[in-house]
Design a binder for this molecule. Structure first.
Ligand SMILES: *Cc1c(COP(=O)(O)O)cnc(C)c1O
Length: 379
């Protein structure tokens, strides 16, 4: 079955009691049992809820995995995955991950005697060298936020298999439309469903997909024990969004290619980070493991003042955190998504004061470029 067909149909069946073609929102905390121990697979909605189950099946199918799990946010999903570790364990993480991943690892989980190293995962040698006796997990993001670095996911899977480490990929930027990490042998793929999967900037959610039955059992246990589950309403919102994922991503991708090309020729722009540009250091790798380059671009204007001026001058592009919605969003990583990093850490990962990130929407691309053009003229 093709991706677009799966996006519309996977996991979705007409409701057997009414024929309702659209998935009902099951607003219930509990379920009738006909006698002790006899029920229809649902006993309490923290453990499982039929609306959430449909979403979990849908994302599992899109990621070519066996099981999906839905959480209240991308961070709740990540935290659940990190709960697979125990005190004393060490994990290696891409140096360039989402700011919230850095924050939860450094300022929450390190208090529980977990240890993290943030390394340049674009260099597999560096990643290999960071693995030590206590290492249990490798967590990478590709493309990374916001500098769009690409990590070789096949190489990560191979390294982790050889060293018996759990491999995790944050696939939020690429979405399953462009990249399926499990196909490369990665153990766990996770998403902030808040972004492209829902796609309309009107809910938060997190999704995890995996194949290994033991890991799945453990993560399901963590999900019901810690309880950071997705509500039935948000699960329904996300399911609704996923149905148009393929058409939205095709448009995000096509628009971003044109916006990146425009930025690349503008003399006010010092550098454009977009894996679809031939000048991107991992352009070839991106072509090898992705089916397109996505809708995220970052570019450097050279100074904080210039970035500030541009962000004040845009009219169509909305200055806001987040990404992956149908509308074009523009942001300043150093003061917004990556404010949790110290100036030194930001410098190290390339989040400069002049860096601007754009989540290219599905509007007419001429309008997006026109807006950027007039704002750049004021810089
Ligand atoms: C937004 C985001 C997250 C966190 O997800 P929330 O839904 O905001 O909790 C994690 N990873 C990436 C790459 C993100 O963009």
């Amino acid at each position: 079955m093709g991706f677009s067909t799966k996006a519309v149909h996977s996991g979705i069946e007409a409701d057997p009691s009414t024929g309702s073609l659209m998935t009902p929102i099951h607003l219930t905390s509990t379920y009738l049992q006909s006698e002790i121990g006899k029920h229809k697979g649902y006993v309490y909605s923290r453990v499982a809820n039929p609306t959430r189950t449909v979403l979990e099946k849908s994302i599992a199918s899109l990621e070519n995995g066996k099981e999906g799990l839905a959480f209240a946010s991308g961070m709740a999903a990540e935290t659940a995955v990190f709960h697979l570790l125990k005190a004393g364990d060490h994990a290696v993480i891409s140096r360039n991950v989402y700011g919230g991943t850095f924050r939860v690892a450094k300022f929450v989980l390190e208090n529980f005697s977990l240890h993290f190293d943030f390394v340049d995962s674009t260099d597999i040698g560096v990643l290999k060298d960071a693995v030590r006796a206590e290492t249990r997990m490798v967590f990478v993001e590709s493309p990374t936020n916001p500098t769009m670095e690409i990590t070789d996911l096949r190489a990560v899977a191979k390294l982790c298999k050889a060293r018996k480490l759990i491999s995790v990929v944050d696939n939020t930027f690429a979405t399953p439309y462009l990249q399926n990490p499990l196909d490369f042998g990665i153990d766990i793929v996770l998403h902030s469903a808040t972004k492209y999967l829902n796609g309309h900037s009107d809910m938060l959610g997190g999704l995890v997909v995996l194949n290994d039955p033991k890991l799945t059992e453990r993560l399901r246990f963590i999900q019901k024990s810690v309880g950071g589950i997705l509500s039935p309403f948000e699960a329904w919102m996300c399911l609704r969004g996923i149905k148009t994922l393929a058409v939205r991503m095709a448009r995000h991708d096509a628009n971003a290619i044109e916006v990146a090309a425009f930025l690349n020729t503008n003399r006010k722009v010092k550098k454009v980070n977009y894996p679809g540009l031939a000048s991107h250091p991992q352009h070839y790798l991106a072509q090898k493991q992705m089916r397109g380059f996505g809708g995220m671009i970052s570019f450097d204007l050279g100074s904080f003042e210039k970035a500030k001026k541009l962000l004040k001058s845009v009219r169509l592009c909305a200055l806001a955190e987040s990404l992956g919605g149908v509308e074009t969003l523009i942001s300043h990583p150093a003061t917004m998504t990556h404010a949790a990093l110290s100036p030194e850490e930001r410098q190290r990962v390339g989040v400069t004061d002049g860096l601007v990130r754009i989540s290219v929407g599905i509007e007419d691309v001429e309008d997006i470029i026109e807006d950027l053009k007039q704002a750049l003229a004021k810089v």
